[in-house]
Design a protein. Structure first.
Length: 203
C-alpha cells in the first residue's frame, strides 16, 4: 500500500489543500492520503486559530466526496506542538509495510532541514513536494533547495509533483470571511462555507 500524509492547520481548509494533493495521489499512485489537522502547529504558536475540533470538522466536510482521502485526529490530542517526525513515526509503526509519503508544499520542503529530527523523517518516509509549474527548474543541478534537500530529489527520495497553481490562501480567506465579503468562485467547498457561516467562525 502507498500511503500519503498531509498535515496543516487548515484554518480554514480550501481547494488549494485538496487539488494539489489529488495530483500527488494520481502521480505517485497513492492508495490513501491521511490529512492531519494540527492542534498546535510549531510555527504558528502565537497565531490565534479556530478551535482544533472545528478545523477538524471542516476538513471532514471538505473530504466527504473524496473516498481515498481520510482525516486522522492523531495531531489533535497533544498539549504540546505537533511535530511531523512524531506523526511519521506513528504511521510507520501502524503501517510497517506501507510505502509512506509525507506531502508538503515547496516552501515547506525548502525549510525541511530546519525541522525537528528531519533526517529521521526522510529515513522513514519519502517526500512528495507540491510545486507550481515554472517555479522549479527542470535542470536537477539548479534546484532551489539547500544541497542536502536537492540531493533527496536527485536520489528519488523526494518527488516533485507539479500541479496547477491556485491563487488562494487561508489568510486571505480569513480576511474575506471576517469582512463578510463574497468569496471568489472555486476557493472553498460550499459545505465548509456553510459550516463557517453557521458558527460565525471568523467574525
Amino acid at each position: 500500500m502507498k500511503l500519503g500524509l498531509f498535515g496543516g492547520s487548515f484554518d480554514p481548509i480550501h481547494c488549494g489543500h485538496i487539488e494539489p494533493v489529488k495530483a500527488a495521489r494520481r502521480e505517485l499512485g497513492l492508495d490513501r492520503v491521511i490529512y492531519l489537522p494540527t492542534a498546535r502547529p510549531p510555527h504558528k504558536q502565537r497565531q490565534v486559530l479556530v478551535p482544533a475540533v472545528q478545523r477538524y470538522t471542516m476538513v471532514e466536510l471538505a473530504l466527504l466526496d473524496q473516498p481515498r482521502f481520510l482525516v486522522s485526529p492523531f495531531e489533535m490530542g497533544s498539549e504540546r506542538p505537533a511535530y511531523a517526525v512524531d506523526s511519521v513515526r506513528h504511521f510507520r509503526g501502524k503501517f510497517p509495510d506501507a510505502e509512506l509519503f509525507l506531502i508538503m508544499g515547496s516552501d515547506s520542503f525548502s525549510e525541511l532541514d530546519q525541522w525537528r529530527e528531519w533526517r529521521e523523517i526522510v529515513s522513514l518516509a519519502q517526500i512528495a513536494v507540491l510545486v507550481r509549474p515554472g517555479t522549479v527548474p527542470a535542470d536537477s543541478e539548479a534546484l532551489p533547495y539547500p544541497p542536502e534537500l536537492a540531493s533527496l530529489v536527485r536520489e528519488r527520495r523526494a518527488f516533485l509533483v507539479h500541479n496547477a497553481a491556485l491563487a488562494v490562501s487561508s489568510s486571505e480567506l480569513r480576511r474575506l470571511l471576517a469582512a463578510g465579503a463574497d468569496l471568489p468562485r472555486g476557493w472553498m467547498l460550499e459545505s465548509v462555507v456553510n459550516y463557517i457561516q453557521k458558527y460565525s467562525l471568523y467574525r
